[in-house]
Structure formats: C-alpha cells, structure tokens
Design a protein around this ligand. Structure first.
Ligand SMILES: Nc1ncnc2c1ncn2[C@@H]1O[C@H](COP(=O)(O)OP(=O)(O)O)[C@@H](O)[C@H]1O
Ligand SMILES: [Mg+2]
Length: 252
C-alpha cells in the first residue's frame, strides 16, 4: 500500500459560531497531485493552515507525513513547502536574495545553498532576472519565484494555495508543467484552485463546499459519478446546486 502523505478524520475548525472546515476526512497518497476545488470562502486556506499546524483544530484529528497535526507541527513544517495565497516574497530584495533568504530559513548555507539557488533560478527561467527586485516582477514571474522559494528545501509535501490566481492561461499551463516535473520526482502536491479546468490536471480532486469535502476521486471518477456526461464544470454545478450553493465565478 502506498503510504499516506495526508490523513485526516473529521477535521473541523470553527471561528466563533462559524464552521470554516467541517468534519473533513481526507486521505492523500504519497506522490499524488491532489487538487482541492472550491469557491471563495469554501475553507481551502483554512484547511491548509490546519494541515500545516498553523491553526489548531476545533475537533477531529490528522497526520501529515506521519506526524500528528497538534503534537508535531514543527516536524510537519520542516518537511513541507507552502506557497501561501498572498505571496510571502520580499519585494525590495532581488530574485536571488529572496531565494537565499528562504534557503537560510530552512537551514541551507554555503555551497549547498548556492548550488540549489542556481538550480532553481534555471528551473524557473529567472536566471537573467536574478538582480531584479521581486517587487518589480510581473505577476506570473513573481509566482514562479514564490514557487521556487517554497521548494528550495526539497519538501516531501508541497501546499500551493491558489498559485495561479490572476495569472494568464499560458503561464498557468507552464506552471502546471512545473508542478508535474516536481511530482515526477516523488513530491506530493496539494494545490487549491477555483479554476475548474485546472482540476482536470490533477491526479485526484476533492470538492470543498462550505467547509465540507463533498466528493473526492480522479477527474474521471467524478465525471462518471456526478457529471451526467459533462465535464467537471457540470460535476461542480450538480454538487453545488444539490447543496444550494453559489457557483464559482458567478459572484466574484
Ligand atoms: N481567522 C478567521 N476568523 C474568522 N473567520 C475566518 C478566519 N479565517 C477564515 N475565516 C472564514 O472562514 C471561511 C473560509 O475561509 P478560507 O479558508 O479563507 O476560504 P477559501 O480559502 O476557500 O477562500 C470564510 O468565510 C472566512 O471568512
Ligand atoms: Mg483561500
């Protein structure tokens, strides 16, 4: 059996009376690209923050890379990469300086850091821009740099929170190629999106509506089960309408 990179049972997080993540039981096998699809406010970011041990669950439990969310958050964070929804880059530092900074945070130093930085500059196609302040990069390149910073320490599990939001379709496609090159090397990826077409690129997809994980499976499984002969857009509409939900894109 493939080991599980993520395993939760009834994971729940409330803010006051409001339940942002509601009894989520999720299993993600190592080496998988798992997409989490849901409209704004569905609870995607809250779920990631729970999985990284940045937020304490109100109820339920979970393990990430074999570590308990509540008892071993530091071990989890050391082994995971996180590209947050709001990029955490330093705008006044150059491209190369950002990589150096994030490498040092994860304990890389000297030649090992320099080597890894060069490797990622080439991988991200940012070599010629190494001396450009990150704040001056256009959106698509900034996002590539944030991605490179999140994988500097070769995390076993990578969380990408809406990494392609606001990026043009061509850059989005290339970004997915990079996600796949990483997955081919054995990294597990959990990526959130509200672009329905991106869910098609994932090995498995979970659909999150109002904090509830209402369906999981391969894109083909989901189409078969909920799609009535249509694509994932149809799957999503059926699941959302069945729950009286607003459909993504209709009110943003
Ligand atoms: N710290 C917080 N305090 C109160 N409500 C929050 C907090 N964080 C998130 N929420 C609420 O939880 C819901 C889910 O938010 P979020 O996880 O950011 O959704 P998504 O990432 O899918 O857009 C939203 O209604 C949001 O307002
Ligand atoms: Mg979010």
């Amino acid at each position: 059996m493939t080991p599980l990179a993520i395993a939760t049972r009834d994971l729940t997080r409330r803010f006051g009376d409001f339940t942002a993540v509601d009894r989520v039981s999720l299993a993600v096998e190592a080496g998988t690209v798992m997409g989490l699809l849901g409209p704004n406010g569905a609870g995607k970011t809250t779920l990631i923050r729970l999985l990284l041990g940045l937020l304490t669950p109100t109820a339920g439990e979970g393990q990430v890379l074999g570590h308990d969310l509540v008892r071993e958050p530091e071990a989890i964070r050391r082994k995971c990469g996180y590209m947050s929804q709001r990029f955490s880059l330093y705008g006044d530092l150059t491209v190369a300086e950002n990589l150096t900074f994030f490498g040092q945070v994860y304990g890389l130093t000297g030649p090992a850091l320099a080597e890894r930085r060069e490797e990622l500059l080439a991988w991200a196609g940012l070599g010629d821009l190494r001396h450009t302040p990150a704040g001056q990069l256009p959106g698509g390149l900034r996002q590539r740099l944030a991605f490179a910073c999140a994988i500097l320490h070769r995390p076993a599990l990578l969380f990408l929170d809406e990494p392609t939001a606001g990026v043009d379709p061509v850059s989005r496609r290339r970004f997915w190629d990079r996600i796949y090159s990483l997955a081919d090397q054995g990294t597990t990826v959990l990526v959130t999106t509200h672009y329905l077409e991106e869910a098609e690129y994932c090995d498995r997809v979970g659909i999150l509506l109002s904090g509830r994980l209402v369906a999981t499976g391969t894109p083909a499984d989901l189409r078969r089960e909920y799609g009535e002969g249509g694509g994932l857009d149809r799957v999503f509409l059926n699941l959302a309408q069945g729950r009286g939900e607003r459909v993504p894109g209709s009110g943003e």
